[in-house]
Design a protein around this ligand. Sequence first.
Ligand code: ZN
Length: 290
Amino acid sequence: MKDYLVKATAFNNQVRIYAARVTNTVQDAQKRHGLWPTASAALGRTLAVGAMMGAMLKGNENLRLKVTGDGPIGEIVVDANALGQIRGYVSNPEVHFQYPNGKLDVSAAVGTKGEIQVIKDLGMKEYFTSAVEIISGELGEDFTYYFAKSEQTPSSVGCGVLVDTDNKILAAGGFIVQIMPGATEETIIKLEKTIANIKSVTEMIHNGYGPEDMVKEICCSDNFTILSHLDISFVCYCSKDRYAGGLVSLGKAELNQIITEDKGAEIVCHFCNEKYHFTEAELNDLLSNM
Ligand code: ZN
């Protein structure tokens, strides 16, 4: 089953809903980075939210989510765009904490102090950056708080990742429910009640729910319209050429030093863990073209 998200409208356009299934994408991230279960959950939740926030963009716009808490996982970084392409990494993939009931303790990995930054590249000269403090470290609540504080859009964010004992990702996804201006008190109360009692994202996805089924669950009815679908996958835009450009930008002196001391260079992409090897001859070529 491929990963995708839907964007829907419900309650007579008073509510906007995004729902995503990203199980394969998180599995891909798990394999690339060797994530331990709680690290998979933390990165996977952020990937799910990133995918949906990417779907709020247009054209070539893109965004970066950066969660910097005081927990052992370090930084969580996710890039997303309007095409459903997402990528991400954590500083320390070998992090695992569980609650006594066996559930993955994401806040122990992320920490409960720190900030969430959202950096948007909307094709203008400058990036738009907004930040809020981390309030729980479980990430769903933190992104809910982000939307209320930074985007002034009352939203409810749910996200979850279910990991098997052998690190296999059994389910991953999320939803974002946004209240549009002009929504009635009645609609808001009804939604709050439903969301407070809704099945967890992982339960829904693990039981075979697709994004449309999640929207139905949130609306408690068929009274919604799917506006669009978007396929989601882990895509990194790194290449050997890009890293060659990076080596050139170090300058002649430093490049010379690398050639003399290391007789070559190996560069690892943070985002996808792909390794690029440059031989001594290749580095000399770069140097002579500078
Ligand atoms: Zn890469």
